[in-house]
Write a protein that binds this ligand. Structure first.
Ligand SMILES: [Zn+2]
Length: 219
């Protein structure tokens, strides 16, 4: 299921739109984030932070909450922004997954913690991935490519310069966690290919500009 652009300049997922108590959006260069979201000092780790533990400057790459009115946000420009919603337990999460976070299985850590602390079942979790650098543009050398061998066992080209599909890698991690394929949306546009919509770290590395993606329980 593809994302669509809303009038406020956010890409939205029809999958998450189905949840009536939820508001979400993946930022573009046009979108300005309303309110004051909770955001982490992102460090490409596997550290998951519950909103009750959050402090300004807190380091980590995934935020979880079940409190209404608490907006969770991640900043990206090529890394994959991932938004989760557990439709049974009413728990949400916002995740920042670049290639290092993907390999650190930040997404699996988040789902594990949602299960341990909130009773989330993977079958009840909806997952939407936002715009990120696509397999068309994400070229890596062998030292990075080889790290992805376990996620892409069918590939035999990872020992030289190659391209990696980070969204697909995260989709596979979700499937390994037990999230059904029909609960996953990972067909977002490539940030590097579309300068009219997105900042891209690889394309405009001097600017350092990031986009915000956010999710919130509205009631
Ligand atoms: Zn591209």
């Amino acid at each position: 299921m593809s994302l669509y652009l809303d009038p406020a300049g956010y890409f939205r997922s029809p999958l998450l739109d189905q949840v009536e108590w939820l508001r979400h959006g993946f930022g573009t260069v046009q979108a300005s984030l309303p309110g004051e979201p909770l955001c982490l000092q992102q460090v490409h780790s596997d550290r998951v932070v519950d909103s009750s533990e959050w402090t300004p400057g807190c380091e980590g790459d995934a935020l979880i909450t079940s409190r209404a009115g608490e907006q969770l946000a991640v900043k990206t420009a090529d890394c994959v922004p991932i938004l989760l919603a557990d439709t049974e337990q009413k728990v949400i999460a916002a995740i920042h997954a670049g290639w290092r976070g993907t390999l650190n299985r930040i997404l699996a850590r988040t789902i594990e913690r949602m299960g341990q602390e909130r009773g989330s079942r993977p079958e009840a979790i909806l997952a939407a991935m936002g715009p990120a650098i696509g397999p068309c543009c994400f070229e890596v050398g062998l030292e990075v490519g080889q790290e992805f061998a376990a996620l892409f066992p069918e590939r035999h080209d990872l020992d030289g310069r190659t391209r990696i599909d980070l969204s697909e890698a995260n989709r596979r991690i979700l499937m390994q966690c037990g999230v059904p394929g029909g609960n996953i949306s990972n067909s977002a546009p490539c940030t590097m290919c579309a300068p009219a919509y997105f900042h891209s770290w690889r394309r405009d590395r001097r600017s350092g500009a990031r986009m915000y993606s956010a999710i919130e329980i509205t009631g």
